[in-house]
Design a protein around this ligand. Structure first.
Ligand SMILES: *[C@@H]1O[C@H](CO)[C@@H](O)[C@H](O)[C@H]1NC(C)=O
Ligand SMILES: *[C@@H]1O[C@H](CO)[C@@H](O)[C@H](O)[C@H]1NC(C)=O
Length: 387
């Protein structure tokens, strides 16, 4: 570093420190070399499509103009994060075709849970639980290092496809998982103690984050879980209910209160865990992002923000007790029905009744990336510790 540059950095630094509310976080843009993402279908960029069956159109129609293993018409929040940080879209770790891992890898897989599952893959369970995703990451890191050491002279071409060993400590680790655990807890709300279950889910999450800390991860960007009670497929308007819901069952947006309350309880316990981990690991940066509030704000202001009613589903057929999911065909009441897309997905918050549209993901990403839903209130570009 030249004398002048050194001088400027030195002079500016105390000033930056004094205006930043958060001591010890970087005043400069963090120089993340890579992103490693863990999660479920909210951030799966091709894992399930590569492992099992590819998706069909109209998935992907808006941005990619073909199905690309994402549960949306276009980009996901993780795609907007990657673009915002100047990276190409993240490749799914198990996708073998046309992928590069130079700037990170995505371990997220649709239907993944934090806890281990009792159901097998054939019963609709996921093999890619959070624990397995972390094990895959561990293997990815170890094998990357091995190849790098074997190829010390850089004679082989694969170097350009992997992160450098030193990138792992400087990378940002992003998380969006827990929604499927909450969904399972909702299904069993009458038979199990959901408070104990939710505590257990959060303990499992903490264990895996501890493992990643042990592997040298230092910057964590952790999304809490969204308002699951606002997913349109579960709303009474799309279900033939034989009783009228009682007072207090729904909120003013048509969302199911007790389901959102379970998500809120998970989020509260998750936040306590993040705060606890910060004390245990003072050199790490653990940012808790209130995804619930960001999504709920959009749902509450749907019309004002240019969207149709939040119960609207762009793609799919959900009427009279029938649920035909986006892209599927079936004979219903003697008529062949194709669960097709709407005219203008950008007017809908919900793409397929469960997942958000690209337009909604973009709206949410714009609000979380600048730190307005973060604790501490840091933008993603400033979420690392000062070096
Ligand atoms: C900043 O880091 C120093 C040294 O690790 C520590 O003593 C101090 O408590 C930290 N401040 C905050 C606000 O975390
Ligand atoms: C973040 O961006 C959103 C959307 O542009 C804006 O409403 C909000 O005030 C911004 N927050 C901060 C802390 O800059």
């Amino acid at each position: 570093m030249g004398f002048l540059v050194q001088f400027v950095v030195f002079m500016l630094f105390p000033w930056f420190l004094s205006v930043r509310a958060e001591e010890n976080y970087s005043s400069q843009h963090c120089d993340f070399p890579a992103i490693f993402n863990f999660g479920d279908s909210n951030s799966d960029t091709g894992c399930m499509a590569a492992a099992f069956y590819p998706e069909v159109l109209p998935y992907g129609e808006t941005f990619f103009h073909e199905p690309v293993g994402r549960a949306s018409d276009g980009r996901l929040i993780i795609d907007f994060i990657a673009q915002h940080l100047g990276f190409p879209f993240l490749s799914a770790y198990i996708n073998s075709i046309g992928t590069s891992y130079r700037h990170g890898a995505n371990f997220a897989a649709g239907s993944s849970t934090i806890r281990r599952q009792k159901r097998t893959v054939f019963e609709g369970g996921t093999p890619f639980t959070f624990e397995i995703q972390v094990a895959q990451f561990n293997q990815f890191k170890a094998r990357t290092r091995k190849f790098f050491n074997q190829d010390a002279q850089g004679k082989n071409s694969f170097r350009g496809h992997f992160p450098r060993p030193e990138d792992f400590a400087k990378a940002i680790y992003t998380f969006d998982i827990g929604q499927n655990d909450i969904a399972a807890a909702i299904n069993k709300v009458d038979t199990e103690d959901s408070h104990a279950v939710i505590s257990d889910i959060v303990d499992y999450f903490e264990n895996q984050v501890q493992t990643l800390l042990g592997l040298g991860a230092r910057t964590f960007w952790i999304h809490n879980t969204g308002p699951i009670g606002c997913l349109p497929v579960a709303m009474p308007v799309h279900n033939a209910m034989n009783t009228t819901p009682g007072a207090g069952y729904l909120d003013q947006n048509g969302c199911i209160n007790y389901q959102n309350d379970m998500a809120r309880e998970f989020n509260k316990k998750l936040k306590n865990t993040v705060v606890k981990l910060r004390v245990q690991f003072p050199d790490a940066s653990l940012i808790y992002v209130d995804m619930f509030s960001a999504k709920y704000e959009l749902i509450s202001n749907a019309n004002k923000e240019g969207f149709v009613d939040p119960s609207g589903i762009c793609c799919g057929y959900h009427q009279d007790g029938y649920h035909l999911y986006c892209g599927n065909k079936a004979i219903i009441n003697g008529k062949e029905i194709f669960a097709d897309t709407c005219d203008d997905p950008s007017k809908y918050i919900s793409w397929d009744g469960v997942h958000y549209t690209e337009a909604a993901n973009h709206w949410i990403a714009n609000r979380i990336l600048n730190g307005s839903f973060s604790d501490p209130p840091l933008s993603i570009a400033h979420s690392c510790r000062a070096q």
